[in-house]
Design a protein around this ligand. Structure first.
Ligand code: GDP
Length: 181
């Protein structure tokens, strides 16, 4: 880097929410470390990982938080949401109940965040086409009616995982740049 280049650092918190076992941890481990785990973790607690993406030639870092099991006890705390610039709200396309619960997660997210938070509805496990219970159109129309970005992903085969995070990070970056400029 040349001396006259200014160093700008961006670090944004993003939270992942949604029902148990929809694939939140695996989306994060796929994005941050390109890893996938067949077995669900048993640990309870909050964990985060950081990953950088390049946007408009700038390195933008995301600190991405995973509920790591807290949601099993309906115990995702306000500390978890605090300071978040973005959120991925995940359901499992092969389990309708997880889609039905999106409204509840969205209410909780909205009660902890303002309208500038970049929100993405994520239909995960799109590799499970044979056991699909939620159509692509249902996901799309829910997202449209709630003003969310929407994407289907597979943490298993990597489909759209990077894109999902990148869209949210880009939106955050654009929101922040608009405020600063
Ligand atoms: P979390 O409880 O929401 O964090 O979910 P996990 O990431 O622990 O995943 C729950 C289970 O779903 C695990 O057995 C994973 O291997 C599996 N899983 C996660 N993502 C996918 C995916 O995209 N496709 C398939 N087929 N299985 C997945």
């Amino acid at each position: 880097m040349s001396d006259d280049e200014t160093v700008e650092e961006y670090l944004f918190k993003i939270v992942i929410i949604g029902d148990s076992a929809v694939g939140k941890s695996n989306l994060l481990s796929r994005f941050a470390r390109n890893e996938f785990n067949v077995h669900s973790k048993e640990t309870i607690g909050v964990e985060f990982q950081t990953q950088s993406v390049e946007i408009d030639g700038k390195e933008v870092k995301a600190q991405i938080w995973d509920t790591a099991g807290q949601e099993r006890f309906r115990a995702v705390t306000s500390a978890y949401y605090r300071g978040a610039f973005g959120a991925l709200l995940v359901y499992d396309i092969s389990r309708r109940a997880t889609f039905d619960n999106v409204a509840r997660w969205l209410d909780e997210l909205n009660s902890h965040s303002d309208t500038t938070v970049a929100k993405m509805l994520v239909g995960n496990k799109c590799d499970l086409e044979n056991t699909r219970e939620v159509s692509l159109d249902e996901g799309k129309s829910l997202a449209e009616s709630e003003g969310l970005f929407f994407i289907e992903t597979s943490a298993l085969d990597s489909t759209n995982v990077w894109t999902a995070f990148e869209i949210v990070i880009r939106e955050i970056y654009n929101n922040v740049s608009r405020k600063v400029l």
